[in-house]
Design a protein around this ligand. Structure first.
Ligand code: KIV
Ligand code: ZN
Length: 437
């Protein structure tokens, strides 16, 4: 509908994307403790944040946005605890968000006193809708807000360095709602910010481009990113970061295409937690790379523990069909799928490229097992369990055993809500006939 046709997108008739296949992992940034926290019905307590922080460190994040310390006391206190209790490993950088407002920037540096290294992430909105309807400010006035914010960030860093010359500061600017901003204007604002910070190739700043509300198709968002990168003077002095939300369900696709369009860094959360439909899901993007043979440089080999922590602190359960880590994603219900998987697994040799139908990766790589599943009911119980035991364990059950075992399978299915994995079925079979291993 016409009503929604208002996103300015650049003309890229001569497009030549720098690449059509990703070759390496981006720089990852977890924003679980900030964006992921701000839209929770019950925001995390300081102790819950600490618990999740340690999981993020264990997974291998080297930059973690820990919150908005000037916004509330718990956010401030969490920052202080990380610093005072020496919980930040040397190779991990904390990032904090702040609006382009002086008293908030001042308070942010107070929260960070004594930190080894931090990214100060300052933002103001630049979108057409917010300029016109929320701030009622002109383009020049909004640009002036960004420039003023950049100056305060720099000035307070200089002040903080007097007492703590050992602290290292990295500056990041986000034109909030970049995707709903005229792209040439976003370049103009970011260039003005860079003019203040004077970054160099050896001392880069970060420009973070958010799809604050996902309102374009992923290829159009990537066009905006590509246009931005091509037209930004002194691009080599900036790390181009992407921060997508999932309103249209395409946050991962938008991030992936943005990397192809030349971006360097991705902000997101575990399992896509975050405002409204969530932030870009880092697990999905990282595992997508993994499944293409690219080392994601994040360790998702045993997700059970951190999923439990994420579920506990967010009070949101993981969808069983969540890409890569959902409960049922390495199962096969259909007999023909089970048959194909079994044949492929028999031919799969150690060390050879993974070549198994219906299983995009080896489930063991992510701490899981493939499970053939049968639905047992009064119709399918006998034939279904005989089929799965033959398929998966080579047991050709005589008719009388099929009949004898059917009620056992039936009872198990009732306990399990109608479906039984081959593993549970085999265990029940062994127990029923008192068979050993
Ligand atoms: O979605 C967004 O625009 C943000 C910014 C503050 C980076 O979270
Ligand atoms: Zn966001």
């Amino acid at each position: 509908p016409e009503k929604y046709r208002r996103n300015p997108t650049p003309n890229l008739a001569d497009r030549q994307w720098p690449n059509n296949q990703l070759e390496k992992a981006p720089i990852w940034v977890s924003v679980d403790l900030r964006d992921g926290n701000q839209a929770l019905a019950n925001p995390m307590t300081v102790d819950q944040k600490l618990k999740l922080w340690h999981e993020l460190v264990d997974i291998g994040f080297k930059t973690i946005e820990i919150g908005f310390p000037s916004a509330s006391q718990p956010e401030f206190d969490f920052t202080r605890r990380l610093i005072e209790e020496n919980r930040i490993p040397d190779d991990v950088t904390v990032q904090v968000l702040v609006q382009a407002r002086e008293h908030l920037i001042e308070r942010t540096y107070e929260a960070l006193e004594g930190v080894k290294k931090a990214v100060i992430h300052v933002y103001n909105t630049t979108s057409v809708v917010q300029r016109e309807n929320v701030f009622e400010k002109s383009k020049d006035e909004i640009k002036a807000m960004a420039v003023q914010g950049a100056k305060w960030v720099q000035e307070y860093a200089q002040k903080a360095s007097i007492a703590h010359p050992e602290s290292e500061w990295v500056f990041q600017y986000s034109p909030e709602s970049f995707s709903q901003t005229e792209t040439d204007y976003a370049v103009e604002v970011c260039k003005a910010v860079m003019d203040v910070w004077q970054p160099t190739v050896d001392n880069k700043c970060i420009l973070n481009l958010p799809a604050t509300v996902e309102s374009n198709s992923p290829n159009r968002f990537a066009d905006q990113v590509e246009y931005f990168i091509r037209n930004l003077p002194n691009r080599e002095a900036a790390i181009i970061s992407i921060h997508t939300h999932n309103d249209r369900g395409c946050a991962v696709a938008a991030a992936e295409l943005s990397l192809l369009a030349g971006a360097d860094r991705i902000e997101g959360t575990l399992l896509g937690n975050g405002e409204r439909t969530g932030n870009m899901d880092i697990v999905t993007l990282a595992m997508n790379l993994y499944s293409e043979g690219i080392d994601p440089e994040l360790d998702f080999t045993s997700p059970k523990k951190w999923i439990e922590v994420v579920e506990e602190v967010t009070q949101i359960t993981t969808h069983p069909r969540h890409p890569w880590v959902g409960d049922v994603v390495y199962t096969a219900y259909s007999g023909s799928h089970q048959d194909a998987i079994r044949k492929c697994l028999l031919k799969q040799k150690n060390g050879q490229p993974w070549n198994v139908a219906y299983l995009p990766i080896d489930p063991k790589d992510i701490g899981r097992d493939y499970e053939a599943i049968i639905r047992v009911n009064s119709q399918s119980g006998k034939a279904g369990s005989a089929f799965v035991l033959a398929q998966e364990y080579g047991l050709n059950l005589p008719k009388w055993v099929q009949l004898d075992f059917a009620p056992v399978a039936q009872k198990l299915a009732e306990e399990k809500g109608g479906v039984v994995s081959h593993i549970d079925l085999f265990e029940a079979f062994k127990a029923h006939y008192a068979l050993g291993e």
